[in-house]
Design a protein around this ligand. Structure first.
Ligand code: SF4
Ligand code: SF4
Length: 368
């Protein structure tokens, strides 16, 4: 495992484990404890020392699981990152004490304001939580304070100026760099000297399942590396990046990541050019670049599985409307036609996708 120095002499593994896509049983809130614990154990064994959770992951069960799973290890052999979620529980004192209880810990190493978006940024900057968390930092209950972000460049600048942050977490991958605005955000954090923890390095799995033309380009470079491995190596090459988070849900994925982070060498100019070409080919094929983060889902009054429906939408845009047959396998009330166009999902989507518009289009595609 490769490590990188952070502050105060601590070293963080360059690969971090995200606890938002753990193996589950019948529902997202029902973590398959045995399988998930085996992944944490394998992570510890391979040298991963950064574990990232949040108040809302797995319907609130991720923190409990992680605390229980890590209890087997000395507290100074790993670092835990956790997050204050304004929408789930505005009372930050209450949320933080509940998190310590769920984790069975007396402090949290890396603490973040979770997923700041423009529509609630001012509220979170002004509700007193930063002052409170700063006090907890002085008391040793939080070691490092940061934020994760899904807003505009203007709002990122406002947040950077609001506090001397220890770190930030952002969505960074080659697809969003070449085809989106990740480069702008990264360069702003770099200029401010804020270390970056990376989320979505494979864009919610998309860069591990490239369309054939894009996959062929990477395959020709070196067929012994997986598609995910190219995406991880690209992210690691950026000097401001401290930890690359991966939400590992099976042992094979963990093994592939560990191999990448054991062996990774800097990319050559030729490899950069090939990755850029792969990104552009992929971009040409994907209609909605949904990351599968599921921030929209709890806000849908109709209980639609929006990322699943958008995956079907993307497939239909590439392969034809017949691909929407997978949607027909859903209960009638879970299909796009049930969307009441309330717009609650778009408000919570970090990419501000016009989800009701896509649902409406799908409804018509299915009626043709
Ligand atoms: S617009 Fe449709 S998909 Fe979005 S939250 Fe409302 S009902 Fe759900
Ligand atoms: S539609 Fe937006 S919020 Fe919903 S899963 Fe996709 S990226 Fe996340």
């Amino acid at each position: 495992m490769q490590y990188k120095k952070f502050k105060d002499g601590i070293s963080l593994s360059r690969l971090g484990m995200g606890a938002m896509r753990l193996p589950v049983k019948s529902s997202d809130a029902e973590i398959d404890y045995e399988k998930a614990k085996a992944i944490i154990d394998a992570g510890m064994k391979s040298g991963i020392n950064y574990y990232d959770t949040a108040y809302v992951y797995h319907g609130g069960k991720s923190e409990e699981f992680l605390g229980e799973a890590l209890k087997a290890y000395p507290r100074d052999s790993f670092y835990v990152a956790d997050k204050y979620n304004l929408q789930a529980q505005p009372d930050f004192e209450r949320q933080f004490s509940e998190q310590l209880r769920r984790l069975q810990m007396d402090h949290i190493d890396f603490y973040l304001l979770h997923g700041i978006q423009d529509n609630f940024a001012e509220e979170i900057l002004n509700n007193g939580c930063i002052e409170y968390f700063d006090k907890l930092k002085q008391e040793g209950k939080i070691r490092y304070l940061g934020f994760s972000f899904h807003g505009s460049p203007q709002m990122l600048e406002r947040i950077i100026q609001a506090y001397p942050w220890d770190f930030a977490q952002m969505q960074l991958n080659y697809y969003d760099w070449y085809c989106g605005n990740a480069k702008t955000f990264y360069e702003m954090l770099e200029l401010a000297g804020i270390p970056v923890m990376v989320m979505e390095p494979v864009h919610g799995g998309m860069l591990a399942n490239l369309r054939q033309e894009a996959a062929d380009i990477l395959q020709r470079l070196d067929s012994s590396f997986s598609q995910a491995s190219w995406a991880m190596r690209w992210v690691m090459d950026h000097p401001q990046v401290q930890v690359v988070l991966s939400g590992m849900s099976d042992p094979a994925q963990l093994a592939d990541n560990v191999r990448t982070f054991d062996q990774a060498k800097p990319l050559t100019d030729c490899e950069y050019a090939a990755i850029r070409e792969a990104a552009q080919l992929q971009y040409a094929a994907v209609a909605v670049a949904c990351t599968g983060c599921r921030y929209c889902c709890p806000n849908c009054p109709m209980g639609l599985d929006i990322p699943l429906l958008l995956r079907a939408y993307n497939e239909a845009k590439i392969g034809g409307a017949w691909r929407l047959t997978s949607v027909l396998a859903l209960l009638e009330e879970k299909r796009p036609a049930s969307c009441i166009e309330c717009g609650a999902c778009t408000k919570h989507c970090p990419q501000s996708f016009d989800i009701p518009g896509y649902m409406n289009e799908m409804k018509h595609m299915m009626n043709r």
